[in-house]
Design a binder for this molecule. Structure first.
Ligand code: ZN
Length: 305
């Protein structure tokens, strides 16, 4: 058994955004600096490689969700610097001109002005009302709705609520150019990039553990099927939406992934990969919009904490 470790980093977006409430964006300039630093200091491995045969510590790069900016800004850097990365795509967005629901919530509650003073959710199960008169109240409302939409509400109801919220706000539902998702064609381009591999990330990005096993299987299998048809290859990599062990996925989810042909799956457990780590529970550490000094410090810290 080797003693080497792998630090798996996860990104979401490479972009500049006027509003980035969930801190998902890393600017293209900083992303290039970060990749250059890693390339100069570490062996960078592919997520799908067998890491047991390494004789040194290494880093792996991943992206979650499937934002278009991955193709626009990240892929050129990865190709130029020859840094491999894996992009986990939620397939529900592929044929939609729609933002992810958390980005829509940002548009609805955080961005802009002229908000109604309160929001009453019309729902026969959830009777919620929030004060929305100030920015602080609206942040609170955002968190409340995010929590409900992540943990208690399926894709259909989420959609219903979003429509309701657009009405409440008195705005036409729109997709911000910056927040676009990959189209099927973009996804093919992504996959044909030499340094990039594509994995699945469910259809509608649910916290899987909240679904019954049948629904979990549908979410996982459909995303795997859609991608393997689109890219004409077997899809064997996966990352769990939200990624918290036991909070967002559990042993049942792992078993379903195995049945769907997945061979390696990433969580957001904050740890390093070591020899013997369950391949269906690969831990990862987050990368943020840090300048190169902060990034260097964080990466060094990541090996020791
Ligand atoms: Zn995700």
């Amino acid at each position: 058994m080797g003693k080497n470790r792998v630090l798996v980093l996860y990104y979401h977006r490479v972009n500049v955004s006027e509003m980035d409430y969930n801190l998902l964006c890393v600017s293209p300039i900083r992303f290039r600096q970060q990749m250059l630093y890693l390339k100069n200091n570490y062996q960078i491995v592919r997520f799908e490689d067998d890491w047991n045969s390494l004789d040194t510590d290494a880093v792996a790069i991943t992206f979650d969700d499937g934002y278009l900016d991955n193709l626009t800004y990240a892929v050129p850097v990865l190709e130029e610097l020859e840094v491999p990365a894996t992009v986990f795509v939620s397939t529900g967005g592929l044929n939609q001109t729609k933002e992810f629901w958390w980005d829509e919530l940002e548009q609805l509650l955080i961005v802009g002005e002229n908000f109604p003073p309160s929001l009453k959710l019309e729902d026969d199960e959830f009777h919620c009302e929030w004060n929305t008169g100030t920015y602080e109240y609206r942040k609170n409302c955002y968190l409340g709705l995010h929590h409900l939409m992540k943990n208690y509400v399926g894709a259909d109801k989420r959609e219903e609520w979003l429509k309701q919220l657009w009405n409440w706000r008195g705005l036409k539902r729109k997709v911000r150019e910056n927040n676009r998702l990959l189209s099927p064609d973009d996804c093919r381009k992504m996959d044909s990039a030499r340094m990039v591999s594509v994995g699945a990330h469910t259809v509608s990005h649910p916290s899987l553990v909240n679904l019954d096993k049948k629904e979990q299987e549908r979410e996982i299998r459909d995303s795997v099927d859609v991608l393997s048809r689109l890219l004409n290859k077997e899809i064997t990599l996966f990352s769990y939406p939200f990624g918290g062990p036991e909070v967002d996925f559990d042993d049942d989810t792992v078993e379903i992934c195995r049945r769907c042909g997945i061979q390696k799956a990433a969580s957001t457990e904050n740890a390093l990969w070591v020899s013997g780590t369950n391949p269906y529970r690969i831990p990862r550490k987050v990368a943020r919009d840090w300048n190169i000094g902060e990034f260097e410090r964080k990466i060094k810290e990541y090996w020791t904490e």
